[in-house]
Design a protein around this ligand. Structure first.
Ligand code: F6R
Length: 242
């Protein structure tokens, strides 16, 4: 495990973006595992800037996102498909057909989970998996539980997660209660994992991830077993870590 210490959110974003940038330089047709949420927004902003400056080429890149809300269609402003289109895909030269997210509107969600695993299998292993960290230690929407779930599955979101994510929704708008999420297996089979963490509210979860023990009650703690884990965290997030 390598821990890269960043001064603040901006510094964390720059350092994490530079790792993705390097990955894309090293392998033009990289398969990137991507996350959504507040933490990674700054990273995507920098990648878009680098693209505009002619430094990055997404034309052969393929992406697999971690998750999608159940019940939201791709055009819904809070869907993760919309988030990715708006914050990255529509701003760079990636081919839309090379971008994959689970379909939260699938009639048969079990089938959709199986199909997403098959897509991951065909494209994988993921070269670099970008992850944020939930306040409760979740990765993707693998929420605290009594076991790790290997494969793509539908997950009912914990109250803390629903509360945390409500900040992205309009007042009075209902936050979806469940999501389809990639399981732990493809994350652990990724050639490298880049965990981006910022802010005091993540400090406890980050400490549990970095110091262990590995337990499904802190899903991110499994990352301690990954051979090529890179953690980029700012000083606030690292406040409980020696
Ligand atoms: C989203 C995802 C989640 C977030 C996590 C942190 O695709 O996989 O695990 O990374 O909830 O979210 P933020 O960055 O908004 O605190």
């Amino acid at each position: 495990m390598r821990i890269i210490r960043a001064k603040d959110y901006k510094d964390m974003s720059e350092k994490a973006a530079s790792i993705i940038w390097a990955q894309m330089l090293l392998k033009k047709n990289s398969v990137l595992g991507l996350a959504t949420g507040g933490t990674v927004l700054g990273i995507y902003e920098i990648l878009c800037e680098k693209y505009m400056e002619g430094e990055l080429d997404f034309s052969s890149v393929k992406t697999l996102n971690l998750d999608e809300y159940v019940g939201l269609e791709g055009r819904h402003p809070q869907s993760y498909r919309h988030y990715m289109d708006k914050n990255l895909f529509e701003k760079v030269n990636i081919l839309k057909n090379n971008t994959f997210l689970p379909n939260g509107l699938a009639e048969d969600l079990k089938r959709e989970c199986k199909d997403y695993d098959e897509t991951i299998r065909q494209l994988g292993p993921i070269d670099l998996q970008l992850l944020g960290l939930g306040r409760n230690g979740h990765i993707g929407f693998n929420e605290p539980d009594d076991h790790f779930e290997d494969n793509t599955h539908v997950r009912r979101l914990n109250e803390t997660t629903i509360k945390d994510n409500s900040r992205f929704f309009e007042m009075g708008e209902e936050v979806p209660k469940s999501a389809i999420t990639m399981g732990i297996k493809p994350i652990m089979e990724s050639k490298a994992v880049l965990l981006a963490v910022s802010g005091v509210e993540k400090a406890k979860a980050l400490k549990a991830v970095l110091n262990g023990p590995v337990t499904p009650s802190v899903p991110g703690s499994i990352l301690g077993k990954h051979e090529n884990l890179i953690v980029v965290a700012d000083l606030d997030a690292l406040m409980h870590v020696g």
